[in-house]
Design a protein around this ligand. Structure first.
Ligand code: FES
Length: 120
């Protein structure tokens, strides 16, 4: 039976600016479980798991989830590129596949939360 999703505080909304990304390790596993990308004035959350190789982490160093111009999410294992707003792969070995989205929420004071389970 899957675990119920929990709301986990990540950071203040203003810390995720357009063209930037930040990883989070809410379960203290030593590896980011998710990352958040700023794009078009919105934050988008995804699991740190590439669809090319199930569960493969995507960044080669801390918070390195984007290309040099901050316009696409990149998996550094084999170079797949994904659209920040949809998570769809538009270049690379998993063309047409999607990153797994993580629902986000911002409360009245601007705190950014993710709804996530620890066993997906
Ligand atoms: S594991 Fe991500 S592109 Fe191959």
């Amino acid at each position: 039976m899957p675990d119920a999703a929990r709301r986990i505080g990540l950071c203040h909304r203003d810390e995720i600016v357009d063209g930037s990304a930040r990883g989070f390790d809410p379960f203290d596993s030593g590896q980011d479980a998710l990352f958040v990308v700023g794009h078009g004035g919105q934050p988008y959350g995804y699991r740190n798991a590439c669809p090319h190789v199930d569960g493969a982490p995507m960044a080669w160093r801390r918070d390195a989830y984007l290309n040099s111009t901050g316009t696409r999410i990149v998996c550094y294992a084999h170079g797949a590129q994904f659209l920040p707003e949809s998570g769809r792969c538009v270049q690379g070995p998993c063309l047409g596949q999607y990153l797994q989205p993580v629902p986000l929420e911002v409360d009245g004071s601007g705190v950014l939360y993710a709804w996530i389970t620890n066993r997906e």
